[in-house]
Design a protein around this ligand. Structure first.
Ligand SMILES: O=C(O)CCC(=O)C(=O)O
Ligand SMILES: [Fe+2]
Length: 201
C-alpha cells in the first residue's frame, strides 16, 4: 500500500505536542484487513507478570516482534523478539515515514473484549532511552485511552479509533501515565501495535 492512499486528517495535538493523534491514519477497509491479519497471524500469548511479589496473569494477549537484538523487559518480564512478518514491517515503514524516525521493535496487544485492559503505567524503561518516541497504531474496536499527569490532577481521555495513529514523545512518559480501562459495556476485539526503539548496550 502506498502512503498516498492513506487519509491524512489534520492532527490533534495534546500535552504541548508530546502527544499527537491522527484519527484516520489508515482507511477503514485497510484497518479491518490489518486487524484480521494481526489476530490470525501474530503469535499471541497471555503472559504472567510479577506484581508486588505475586504472579498475575495479564488481562490481554501480547506478542513482541523486532530486530534480533531488541530484547526488552516489560514489567520485569524479559521478552525475546519474534522475527518481523510482512504486515508488521509494512506498518512499521508507514510509521517511520510519517514520523521520520526508526523503530526496531513492536509490542502487540490484543484486547479480546471489554474485560481486557492495560493498567496505569509509563513506558519509561531505561532501554527506551530519554524522551522515547512511541508510535501506537490501533485496529478494530475503538477504546477509551486515559492519561493522567503524575504531579497535577490533570486528565486527558481519548477514544482511539480503528486505523488511528497515536504518538507519544518528548517528556510524555516522564510526566504522564496512561491506561486502557476495562469497559462495563460489551466490546469487540482490538489490536494495538506500539512501535518502539530499544537501545541495548
Ligand atoms: O493499547 C493501547 O492503546 C496502549 C498500549 C500501551 O500503552 C503499551 O503497549 O504500552
Ligand atoms: Fe504504554
Amino acid at each position: 500500500m502506498k502512503l498516498s492512499n492513506m487519509l491524512s486528517f489534520p492532527i490533534e495535538s495534546y500535552c504541548e505536542g508530546d502527544l499527537l493523534y491522527w484519527p484516520g491514519f489508515y482507511l477503514q477497509q485497510q484497518a479491518n484487513e490489518f486487524y484480521n491479519t494481526c489476530v490470525e497471524q501474530l503469535e499471541w500469548r497471555q503472559e504472567q507478570i510479577k506484581m508486588f511479589g505475586k504472579l498475575v496473569t495479564i488481562p490481554r494477549l501480547q506478542a513482541w516482534y523486532g530486530d534480533e537484538y531488541a530484547e526488552y523487559k516489560y514489567s520485569g518480564l524479559p521478552l525475546t523478539p519474534l522475527p518481523w512478518n510482512k504486515t508488521l514491517l509494512t506498518i512499521k515503514e508507514h510509521c517511520q515515514q510519517q514520523l521520520q524516525t526508526r523503530f526496531n521493535s513492536v509490542l502487540a496487544n490484543y484486547y479480546r473484549d471489554n474485560n481486557d485492559s492495560m493498567g496505569w503505567h509509563s513506558d519509561n524503561e531505561k532501554q527506551l532511552g530519554f524522551q522515547p518516541t512511541i508510535a501506537s497504531v490501533s485496529f478494530g474496536q475503538e477504546r477509551k485511552f486515559c492519561l493522567k499527569h503524575k504531579y497535577s490532577s490533570e486528565k486527558i481521555n481519548l477514544t482511539l479509533q480503528s486505523g488511528s495513529l497515536l504518538v507519544m514523545q518528548g517528556d510524555l512518559q516522564q510526566n504522564w501515565q496512561h491506561a486502557l480501562p476495562k469497559s462495563a459495556k460489551p466490546l469487540q476485539g482490538r489490536v494495538n501495535l506500539t512501535f518502539r526503539h530499544i537501545i541495548n548496550n
